[in-house]
Design a protein around this ligand. Structure first.
Ligand code: DP6
Length: 393
């Protein structure tokens, strides 16, 4: 197979809004944790002549990217613009060093439609529609009409509130930008990933990241540019997140539908959003001074508040299961025993427990007992999304 490296260089950010007026000229900071090839102006992609998931001979550029999930300590719950995926509040997360997603995108100029294979199976329904819509956005920005073959492998259960869409769309954003020759800064990649799934904007970065909601009331382009994630400065915390998988099955209500219903019907939504803004300010200060206890206390109250808004929605959205509460009891008992441990839950019954790395084994043992047979994983801060060299080969 002959491989010729191609590089597309743009000095301006392509426009990823629906506007067709061309590049915006915006640039953003680059970030540690993104593969060097994806940041600073050059994305390399390799023409592919092999057989892909479609079984046919291909001639398009190919790029492979890896990204890790992130867990929000200050939650994103509620959009102000569904199309642009603009949130109502800022959120803050830690990217994990477990459960990576690896995604390969190959341009298929000969194909009449996109082919998407998730975990070895052809995607269909809503999952396929979301990925094709995302690819349409990339095609529009790159001004390239080609269809693509996308193959993605998650190592985390999908749709179980374990942030599979965050790692999934962050990896897809980086791989698709590479294959289509889009030159994006880390900020631009974060904006692009956001359009696939809001939380994916944060997985572009390693460690701790804040996703700015941006200012409401702006025109489409300004609003799009104003909402991206960036790394958060932290003191030496040595944190771990112990992930207790009490149920790995897919959720009954998607987070997208559940957050819409919460915003539209929950009388607790606005008070939670207001307190979440204060939580974020206080958490950033606690991260800077390395105060894990305050970080943990804020994370737990922010998550419980988010679930309270859902429970007050009409009809109620309830992700927490009996096993979730058993794990929360174990976390409270750990604290009574003098172990720093604080829980957070997302759109599913699984619990993530923030603690010191040195105490993670003890926390994992207590949580394992409470999770009654569910898998327990220990995660540390992980890397940002990155392109793999030479198309991942
Ligand atoms: C509870 O990012 O999955 O995990 O933007 O609609 O794709 P969409 O939602 P998604 O929501 C994540 C919600 C959360 C909290 C968080 O990660 O901040």
């Amino acid at each position: 197979m002959s491989e010729q490296r191609i590089a597309v260089v743009r000095t301006q950010e392509p426009d990823t809004t629906t506007s067709t007026t061309g590049p915006t000229g915006a640039t953003g900071p680059t970030a540690a944790g993104i593969g060097a090839g994806a940041v600073g102006g050059v994305v390399g992609a390799v023409p592919d002549t092999g057989t892909g998931a479609d079984g046919g001979a291909g001639t398009g550029a190919v790029a492979v990217a890896v990204a890790h999930p992130n867990i929000a300590l200050i939650k994103y719950w509620g959009k102000r613009d569904e199309h642009l995926v603009l949130p109502r509040t800022d959120s803050l997360s830690m990217t994990l060093d477990i459960f990576p997603t690896t995604t390969r995108v190959r341009l298929a100029p000969e194909a009449g439609r996109d082919v998407v294979v998730l975990g070895g199976r052809p995607a269909e329904g809503e999952a396929l529609r979301r990925i094709v819509t995302f690819l349409d956005l990339v095609r529009h920005s790159a001004r390239l009409p080609h269809r693509a073959v996308v193959e993605s492998h998650n190592t985390v259960p999908t749709g179980a509130g374990l942030a599979s869409s965050a790692s999934g769309f962050a990896a897809l954003a980086v791989a698709a930008a590479g294959a289509y020759g889009l030159s994006l800064t880390a900020t631009g990649l974060s904006r692009l990933a956001r359009r696939g799934s809001g939380s994916a904007s944060r997985s572009v970065f390693g460690g701790f990241a804040v996703w700015h909601a941006g200012r409401p009331g702006q025109d489409t382009k300004a609003a799009d540019l104003g909402s991206y994630a960036e790394p958060v400065p932290v003191a030496d915390l040595d944190p771990a997140l112990v992930v207790a998988v009490v149920d790995a099955g897919p959720k009954a209500v998607s987070s997208r539908a559940a957050m819409r219903r919460t915003v539209d019907t929950s009388p607790l939504y606005e008070p939670w959003a207001a307190s979440s803004r204060d939580d974020l300010t206080q958490m950033r200060a606690a991260l800077l001074r390395g105060d894990l206890q305050v970080v943990g206390e804020i994370a737990e109250r922010n998550a419980l508040g988010m679930h309270a808004t859902m429970l007050a929605a009409r009809p109620a959205v309830r992700y927490l299961a009996p096993a979730t509460l058993t794990v929360l009891d174990a976390v409270a008992q750990l604290r009574r025993d003098g172990v720093g441990a604080w829980a957070t839950m997302d759109a599913g019954p699984n619990v993530k427990v923030l603690c010191r790395r040195l105490e993670a084994d003890r926390v994992a043992a207590a949580v394992r007992e409470a999770a009654a047979g569910g898998a327990v994983h220990i995660a540390g801060p992980g890397p940002g999304a990155r392109l793999l060299p030479e198309g991942g080969r």
